[in-house]
Design a protein around this ligand. Structure first.
Ligand SMILES: [Zn+2]
Length: 68
């Protein structure tokens, strides 16, 4: 079964270097924040484990400009 795909909200961390990818969790409906790297453009999209789930609670972070 494919993981749910979520387009995260992207913002800079308070240090102004690190990207934060915030998603509304499909499992618990709360917001979880994942690190998106510290390059010029946000990265590190892909499959992540939901912080609230142990085991198989996974979703896929999709870049907002992704056409797929
Ligand atoms: Zn959750």
């Amino acid at each position: 079964m494919p993981y749910p795909q979520i387009v995260p909200t992207i913002e800079k961390a308070p240090d102004d270097k690190t990207w934060l990818l915030t998603v509304q969790c499909p499992f618990c409906t709360k917001q979880h924040t994942h690190g998106g790297g510290s390059d010029l453009e946000p990265g590190l999209f892909g499959t992540r484990g939901a912080h609230c789930q142990s085991g198989d609670g996974m979703y896929e972070l999709v870049a907002p400009d992704s056409k797929t």
